[in-house]
Design a binder for this molecule. Structure first.
Ligand code: NAD
Ligand code: DAU
Length: 357
């Protein structure tokens, strides 16, 4: 995002440099979800002087047990609430946060195809409420956690930060709209906004509607593994801690107004990935069932992460080979976690999503 030459906030064009011992007061939204909870763990174990407040509505995807081990940490606190609640957001932000990391979102493509409305409410309107609150309270950095899905699908070059936005699902369109609002708040008001666009994450605490935990837990339960279409769609799989470290580096060294792609070039077809998971678990390939394709299904995501690596020095630390095995083991060891998550609302969703496919 290039900042306009006129308008307020020109002074924000300098890089943020937090290496001066300054305490960071973070407001994390959506911190009870998959990446948000991993990020809170990451921050508390890597920055002894940072403080973290977590604002989360606790939708079906939010799970406070993900944060059981940090509940009593004096550097951490939780507030239950909706990012669409202007009064709540404004009250919270009057408490002196300097950085907002916005993870809060409706995040599942298939749900957005069933009903786009909550995606518009949270991902677009909610982001605008946060941006406005940030503007009123004079925040130092607003970090919008976006996704490679805003670029659409590619059959040739990897996405750079200059690739045109061409979202194909209601989820991706809602995230693209939020990115454009972030850009507008930077250009118009000089609000120091940074956007990160990451590829597909995997790791602990991922809600089992997403491919990897769905496959692992179904395989453990000896249930069929539904694969959409021909199974040859390609995703770039990144271990969640590598994503968390990228966000941490962006908070410390990122340039306001900038966009940073995050990806590791670990492209796999869905079939390749699923067969690998079944192999680790010692389950037969015959558990795979090909089902009707996802409408508008993006064929391939591919990320060029040159900017974050060259300008901020970020590099992935985890290899696919070891991290995918560790992830499978995490789900094996945390059976009570996923059994609880897979009961209730999930059962109803699973029936609606997969019956008749
Ligand atoms: P998730 O669905 O696991 O978690 C979302 C969290 O947001 C939940 O805790 C939920 O309760 C909370 N939330 C939802 N609506 C809210 C609202 N109105 N107010 C407050 N809290 C609300 O999602 P995730 O996979 O952890 O993704 C987090 C963010 O990262 C999202 O913005 C997503 O678009 C982005 N992202 C995800 C991936 C991925 O592979 N999962 C990749 C790139 C970017
Ligand atoms: O690329 C980043 C995005 O990755 C994030 O922005 C999204 O929040 C996150 O959900 C994820 O989106 P995908 O649609 O790529 O992830 P999902 O796990 O839903 O699907 C991965 C691939 O697997 C995709 O090609 C669809 C396919 N799939 C998925 C499910 C749930 C199946 O074949 N069968 C399934 O049952």
């Amino acid at each position: 995002m290039t900042r306009g030459s006129t308008g307020p906030g020109t002074g924000f064009t300098r890089r943020i440099n937090r290496n001066n011992g300054e305490t960071v007061r973070l407001l994390v939204t959506g911190g009870a979800g998959f990446i948000g909870s991993n990020f809170i763990h990451y921050v508390l174990s890597h920055h002894s002087d940072w403080q973290v407040a977590n604002l989360d509505k606790l939708t079906y995807a939010g799970n406070l047990t993900n944060l059981d081990d940090v509940q009593s940490d004096p550097r951490y606190r939780f507030a239950k609430g909706d990012i669409n609640d202007r009064k709540l957001v404004s009250n919270l932000l009057s408490q002196g946060f300097d950085t907002i990391v916005n993870f809060a979102a409706e995040s599942h493509v298939d749900r957005s195809i069933m009903d786009a409305s909550p995606f518009i409410e949270t991902n677009i309107v909610g982001t605008q409420v946060l941006l406005e609150g940030a503007r009123q309270s004079g925040i130092k950095l607003f970090l919008q956690v976006s996704t490679d899905e805003v670029y659409g699908s590619t059959d040739s070059n990897a996405f750079t930060e200059e690739t045109c936005l061409a979202p194909n699902s209601p989820y991706a369109a809602s995230k693209a709209a939020a990115d454009l609002l972030c850009r507008a708040y930077w250009r118009t008001y000089g609000l120091p906004v940074i956007i990160t666009r990451c590829s597909n994450n995997y790791g602990p605490y991922q809600f089992p509607e997403k491919l990897i935990p769905l496959v692992v837990t179904n395989a453990l339960e000896m249930k069929q593994i539904p694969i959409y279409g021909d199974g040859l769609n390609v995703r770039d799989w990144i271990y969640v801690e590598d994503h968390c470290r990228a966000i941490d580096i962006v908070i410390q060294k990122g340039k306001p107004g900038e966009i940073y792609n995050v990806g590791v070039g670990s492209e796999r077809t869905n079939l390749e990935l699923v067969y690998k998971l079944l192999d680790i678990l010692g389950r037969p390939k015959s558990m795979v069932t090909f089902v009707a394709d996802r409408p508008g299904h993006d064929r391939r995501y591919a990320i060029d992460a040159t900017r974050i690596s060259r300008e901020l020095g970020w590099q992935p630390a985890f290899s696919y080979e070891s991290a995918i095995g560790d992830t499978v083991n995490w789900y094996i060891k945390h059976e009570a976690w996923w059994r609880r998550v897979k009961s209730g609302e999930y059962l109803d969703y699973y029936k609606r999503m997969y019956s008749g496919k």
